[in-house]
Structures are given as structure tokens and as C-alpha cells.
Design a protein around this ligand. Structure first.
Ligand code: UD1
Length: 378
């Protein structure tokens, strides 16, 4: 696979694009499957390397994985709990969802620390505290987490921060625990609801997904089912921004607009013309006199940190000064020096990104430090 993308600028974007299944849901749904005792089929699986790495990990666990087009069938009925220490663990951050799932299913996990994009410090202390609250012992031995429990017993767990990863990992560990688990200050992202929908079809008893209190009644067995993944709101948002910045008439299909309300209202504030037709949004590029706006990232339903970097080049087209504050990942600013290389008047000052537009960017060699920084530079 090439590591270089070459782009000739100055061409207007026109046409239709179909949004895939949500990456951040997919990477949690696939590990969740191992909790079932019979095959699970998932539709709308995006073609991304994270799915390849998770398929490798499931095969290491002796699950059968069948992929065709956008569907994935996993048979976990002959699963064997082996230590997960191969390179596939390093390929994505979300490999850590196998910790919660294996703990929930087998009460034992040995897994090395996960990889993933650098967005600043990404601790997993809240995941670990959650596992411990359910009765697990967590050790870190020779670069691997060793998590064991004689019994997993439901507990009340308050998250100091509404972490997406911790909420899902605790859910996965708790669905088969004895008794009731309550996660307070839980994250409310749509991907969490999607994971809960899959677990519920598998037979889990969960209430409150999408609110800040999720209650789980443990069950003994979970069964196979079929599930269709929600559309990727971050991919959709990235195309909305791209169409606003460089499009004439772009139709983006398979969108749930409610998942993108904070972005859509920012785009309207800037003066972007859009029309919602069914599950599509049409972006019209006839207004290019955008208003400068400030962006502050927050947990859902606030402005997504994953859209902060893709949003930055569009902001550079607006007239005036503005700032971007990422309250989730303050160090998620690696796109800033690269955009400056392309001619932007932008810098990081005291933990904020400060820009002054409009700027006509020009082509330059730039480096994509992480996934969404790459989208911003494209
Ligand atoms: C998920 C998304 C990622 C997105 C992020 C925030 C996936 C696979 N990734 O990442 O794309 O950018 O949500 O919306 O879904 N924190 C702790 N301790 C923990 C866990 C998190 O301090 O144990 C902090 C993090 O450092 C960060 C904040 O909480 O500052 C949010 O992290 P979290 O919501 O957990 O993000 P991820 O699940 O890693």
C-alpha cells in the first residue's frame, strides 16, 4: 500500500458519495461478537485496515471469520482464549475492546498495550478501574495487561470523564457479569448505542444507552444475530466540510443528520448552503464568502474532536480571525504546522489553534501524522 497521496489542487468537486458504516462502531462491534456462542453477521462493514487487524486477532482466538463485500460473519463457537501479543494489536487503538470482551467471556485476558493514532496522551486508567470495580485483578507484566477474575460481579461505576472507550469496554465486561452494573457519567456517542443494539440482539439486558446512565443486568449466555452498522458520522462530516470548501454540488448519501447537528449548525453559521433530502445532504458551493467562527470540541452531542482537524482547512477560507479549542485532545494539533507550510496564517498559542483568513493554500509536501490530520491535508 502506497504511503503517498498526490493531489493536484484547484479542481472543483462534483458528484455523489455514499458513506460507509461507522469505523468507531465497527471496531467495537467486532470484538463484541466473541461474547456470543453462535455466529454473528454484520453488514455495512467499512473497508479499512482496522477491520483487517481485528479479523487477524479473531482468527488468533480460533474464531472463523468470513468477509464478502461489506459483510462479516464471525463464528465464535470454538473460540480459544490465547494471549494477544501479535503485531495486529499495535495496528489499532481499539484492539483494547478485546480486553473487555475476553474478560466478560472468559474472566481472563493477556494482551499487550494497544497501538493507534497519536492524539496526545491516551491513558486507559478508566477502563482498568471499571474492570477492577467488577472484581478483576489487573497487572502489567512484560508489556502486557494480564487481567483475571474469579467472578465478575456487577457494580456501580462512575467515570471521571465520559470516555467512549471506557464506556464500551466496561459494557463488554459487564454484560455477562453476575447482577447489575450501573455506569454513571457514561459517554453518549451514537457508536455506543450501536454497540448496545448489537449486544441487545445477542440477548444482553441493557438500559439507558445514549444517556449518561447505562444499566446492565448480567445474563449467562449470548447468542448470534445479524446487525447493520450505523453510517460513519465522521466520514460524513469530513465530506460535508470538503464539499463546502471545494465543491460545486456534492450529494452525500447515507447520513443520519441528527448525528451531525453540531457540525451542521457550525457550517450554517459560516454560511455554507446545504439541503437535507431523505438520508442525503446536498452541499452547494456557490457561497465562498464564509464567516470566521470559533470551534470548541466537546463530548457528543458537542462538536466532535475527530472533525476538528478536517474542519480547519475550511475555517482558513473564512474572512477574519477565529480559534479552535480541542477540549478532548489538546495536543491534536499536528495538522497546524503542515497547513502553515501550505501558506496558512495559523498557529498553536497557549493550547488553542488561532487562525486568520482567508488564505489561498498552495501545494506543498506535507506529512499526515494521524488519520484525521490526513483528511485535513487532503
Ligand atoms: C474514541 C474514538 C476517537 C475519538 C474519541 C473522542 C474510537 C475507536 N475512537 O477514542 O476517534 O477521537 O473517542 O471522541 O471510538 N481518557 C482518560 N482515561 C481513560 C480513557 C480516556 O483520561 O481511561 C481521556 C482521554 O485521554 C481523552 C478523553 O478521555 O482526553 C476522551 O477519550 P475517549 O472518549 O476514551 O476516547 P477513545 O475511546 O480513545
Amino acid at each position: 500500500m502506497s504511503e503517498i497521496i498526490a493531489i493536484e489542487g484547484g479542481h472543483k468537486l462534483n458528484g455523489t458519495v455514499e458513506i460507509s458504516g461507522a469505523k468507531n462502531a465497527t471496531v467495537a462491534l467486532i470484538p463484541a461478537i466473541i461474547l456470543a456462542d453462535s455466529p454473528v453477521t454484520i453488514y455495512g462493514v467499512p473497508e479499512i485496515s482496522d477491520v483487517d487487524a481485528l479479523a487477524v486477532l479473531l482468527e488468533e482466538l480460533n474464531c472463523t471469520v468470513l468477509r464478502s463485500h461489506d459483510s462479516l460473519i464471525v463464528d465464535p463457537s470454538r473460540m480459544e482464549n490465547v494471549p494477544l501479543v501479535s503485531d495486529a494489536v499495535d495496528k489499532l487503538r481499539a484492539s483494547y475492546y478485546l480486553m473487555g470482551a475476553l474478560l466478560g467471556k472468559c474472566k481472563k485476558v493477556v494482551m499487550k498495550a494497544p497501538g493507534g493514532c497519536f492524539l496526545g496522551p491516551r491513558p486507559i486508567d478508566l477502563h482498568i478501574k471499571g474492570f477492577e470495580a467488577l472484581g478483576a485483578k489487573v497487572e502489567f507484566v512484560d508489556g502486557a495487561h494480564v487481567i483475571t477474575a474469579d467472578r465478575l460481579v456487577g457494580a456501580k461505576i462512575y467515570l471521571d470523564f465520559a470516555s467512549v472507550g471506557a464506556t464500551i469496554n466496561i459494557l463488554l465486561a459487564a454484560v455477562k457479569a453476575e447482577g447489575k452494573t450501573v455506569i454513571e457519567n457514561a459517554a453518549k456517542e451514537p457508536e455506543i448505542i450501536d454497540v448496545v443494539n448489537l449486544l441487545t440482539k445477542m440477548g444482553a439486558k441493557i438500559r439507558g444507552a445514549g444517556t449518561d446512565t447505562i444499566t446492565i443486568e448480567g445474563v449467562e449466555h449470548l447468542k448470534g444475530c445479524t446487525h447493520e452498522i450505523i453510517p460513519d458520522r465522521i466520514e460524513a462530516g469530513t465530506f460535508l466540510i470538503m464539499a463546502a470548501a471545494a465543491g460545486e454540488r456534492v450529494i452525500i448519501q447515507n447520513i443520519i443528520p441528527q448525528h451531525l447537528e453540531s457540525l451542521i449548525s457550525k457550517l450554517k453559521e459560516m454560511g455554507v448552503k446545504m439541503e437535507n433530502v431523505g438520508d442525503s445532504i446536498i452541499v452547494y458551493g456557490d457561497n465562498k464568502n464564509f464567516n470566521a467562527v470559533d470551534v470548541r470540541t466537546q463530548v457528543y452531542p458537542g462538536f466532535a474532536t475527530d472533525l476538528q482537524q478536517p474542519m480547519t482547512p475550511l475555517l482558513l477560507k473564512a474572512s477574519g480571525r477565529g480559534k479552535i479549542i480541542d477540549t478532548i485532545y489538546e495536543k491534536r494539533v499536528n495538522h497546524v504546522p503542515e497547513l502553515a507550510r501550505m501558506g496558512a496564517d495559523i498557529q498553536v498559542l497557549g493550547g488553542q489553534i488561532v487562525y486568520n483568513g482567508p488564505t489561498q493554500l498552495s501545494g506543498a509536501p506535507v506529512k499526515a501524522s494521524d488519520l484525521r490530520a490526513g483528511a485535513a491535508l487532503v
